[in-house]
Design a protein around this ligand. Structure first.
Ligand code: DHB
Ligand code: MG
Length: 219
């Protein structure tokens, strides 16, 4: 199938470019065993986030949507010793098995997490220093709320990435009122007239099928 073809393509590339990794494999296995949906970023996408964070010399990263902590690990590893990831998660069920057990096992000391609706968490945040990078990968209907808070919390020149913006190419079909698709459209409509960021959507294909990242810089 197409899905198998693209999964194999990812695996082939990864076999040259990405070392197998115990902490990441643990995160996936732990997520599966705890019944979390298998929707974490792919290995290649996780490494992309890691490389991006390193490219911009990120020290402070904000993540919206922890799930099992897979992208969290990739991001945390990109940071210098005095760096920090703050990751926000609604559900104890998601954050707990992934992060606490993971922290114990892999000494991921630079990760802080919050529990509860990310919209509430983000609105209350008054960080002493702005974030260098924000990764938004949570409930899609709230994409715009998260994006607006991300703009407030990221430094000028900082980066905001939103996951899952292409969604198998279904976004343009406005007759499809799926809430996740609507969450992407709402963000796009907002961005059309937004003068505070400059952005593009990059479609991706791989083991998760066809999807994409929105990449924005804060002006
Ligand atoms: C979905 C969410 C994700 O974060 C993802 O990477 C893939 C799919 C979803 O809710 O459908
Ligand atoms: Mg995602």
């Amino acid at each position: 199938s197409q899905q198998e073809l693209w999964a194999r393509s990812d695996q082939y590339h990864n076999s040259f470019l990405i070392q197998p990794d115990e902490a990441l494999e643990f995160a996936r296995k732990n997520s599966d065993e705890n019944g979390l949906p298998a929707i974490a970023v792919s290995t290649a996408q996780g490494k992309f986030l890691n490389l991006l964070a390193r490219s911009i010399g990120a020290k402070r990263v904000l993540e919206v949507g922890t799930l099992g902590g897979f992208s969290t690990i990739w991001l945390a590893r990109a940071l210098p010793a005095d760096g920090e990831v703050l990751t926000c998660e609604l559900s104890e069920k998601h954050a707990e098995p992934g992060l606490s057990r993971l922290r114990a096992k892999t000494s991921l000391m630079r990760v802080c997490r919050t529990l509860g609706p990310a919209a509430d968490t983000l609105k209350k945040l008054q960080p002493a220093h702005p974030y260098d990078l924000v990764f938004i990968d949570a409930d899609k209907p709230n994409n715009l709320t998260y994006f607006i808070e991300a703009k407030r919390l990221v430094k000028k020149g900082g980066v905001i990435i939103v996951d899952n913006v292409a969604r198998k190419g279904l976004v343009p079909d406005e007759s499809n009122q799926d809430h996740n698709l609507e969450g992407v459209r709402k963000l796009l409509r907002y961005l059309k007239d937004d003068k505070e960021v400059d952005a593009t959507s990059i479609g991706t294909v791989g083991e998760k099928g066809y999807d994409g990242f929105l990449y924005a810089i804060r002006l």
